[in-house]
Design a protein around this ligand. Structure first.
Ligand SMILES: [Zn+2]
Length: 333
């Protein structure tokens, strides 16, 4: 069981934790919510805030005006009976909860959006249908919901304002933190390089593989995955070691870019990647010449090497291609 994924790898006690039965809520088909029912943590204006808009459908479903029915049921959100004197509304809006299915050890991160369920239900959490599906949960199954106070880097990611560090650059917006169980401690190693990858797979395929902690699988992960449209997903905290570059994981940050072997980066993807790399270089005091393509990372030791990062950064498979791209993109942002 991947219980390591709920303690954040740090041993820090959670700010919020509850275990009990769950149900699902929200979205156009939730007729248990009235058409006008809102959300305790979000106002209509938040549906157009770039930090939160992913949670909502582009327009209210016909005949509804409340945010409850406008939730996109495929996204990851939840409600618990928060005590606002312990976890204030702003804290909840700016942190993600980890939801664990103890039956199969799977966990995902989801955003608190509402207060509930009613105590009469004898349930402790209402989850989005998307969370329930991802974790293989049915109504009245048990879950554990935890919120850990974010690391400074992660809270900067969530708040999107660089608060908590001296980095003059804001961390680019993270669309969703989707925890991967495939991470471990850096054992005190410093972050000294950034390793760039090509997924050679779709976004959905990559997210699914990185969430699969089954020991019979590859148990791989990366800190970040950047989609073709520029959306950035985070799957491992910067402070933890991800499994993306054998021999070079201890002191590196791994960034996956969605693409097939003959693809180049899209403009939006290049912009997101350059902005993220620029933030990482500043945040961890990494020199620009320590941004490597997967196959060229020092200490990378998979026999036979890899074609990764393929042609994403230029047609020639060389570290010089990567260095030129960094010069032309990262150092100009
Ligand atoms: Zn790679």
């Amino acid at each position: 069981m991947q219980t390591n994924s709920i303690n954040g790898g740090s041993g820090t006690p959670p700010t919020f934790q509850v275990t009990g039965k769950m149900s699902t809520f929200g979205g156009p088909d939730d007729h248990g919510m009235s058409p006008t029912e809102g959300l305790a943590l979000f106002e209509p204006v938040d549906a157009s805030d770039p930090r939160y808009s992913y949670l909502f459908l582009p327009a209210p479903p016909p005949g509804t005006s409340g945010l409850g029915r406008r939730l996109d049921p495929s996204k990851f959100y939840l409600a618990c009976r928060w005590v606002y004197s312990e976890t204030p509304r702003d804290f909840l809006r700016n942190n993600l909860a980890t939801i664990l299915n103890p039956q199969n050890g799977r966990s995902v991160s989801a955003r608190p959006v509402d207060w509930g369920p009613n105590p009469d239900t004898n349930r402790v959490a209402d989850l989005s249908p998307g969370v329930a599906g991802a974790l293989g949960l049915n109504t009245d199954d048990f879950v554990t919901v935890s919120i850990y106070q974010s690391s400074p880097a992660l809270s900067a990611a969530v708040a999107g304002d660089g608060h908590g560090s001296s980095n003059p650059r804001p961390k680019p917006a993270i669309k969703e933190f989707i925890g991967s169980p495939n991470h471990s401690s850096r054992n005190g190693a410093n972050i000294e390089m950034v390793v760039l990858h090509c997924t050679e797979a779709t976004l959905q395929g990559t997210l699914a593989e990185f969430q699969n902690g089954d020991p019979s699988g590859r148990q791989v992960s990366a800190h970040y995955v950047i989609d073709r449209n520029g959306d950035i997903y985070q799957m491992v905290r910067d402070s933890d070691r991800a499994n993306h570059c054998r021999g070079a994981n201890q002191n590196s940050i791994g960034i996956e870019h969605v693409g097939l072997p003959n693809d180049t980066l899209t403009n939006l993807q290049a912009k997101s990647s350059a902005t993220l790399i620029a933030w990482l270089l500043e945040q961890y005091d990494i020199p620009a010449n320590a941004v490597y393509g997967h196959d060229f990372a020092p200490d990378y030791n998979l026999p036979g090497g890899t074609s990764c990062p393929d042609k994403l950064f230029g047609p020639v498979h060389s570290q010089a291609t990567i260095a030129t791209w960094v010069n032309n993109n990262v150092l100009t942002t």
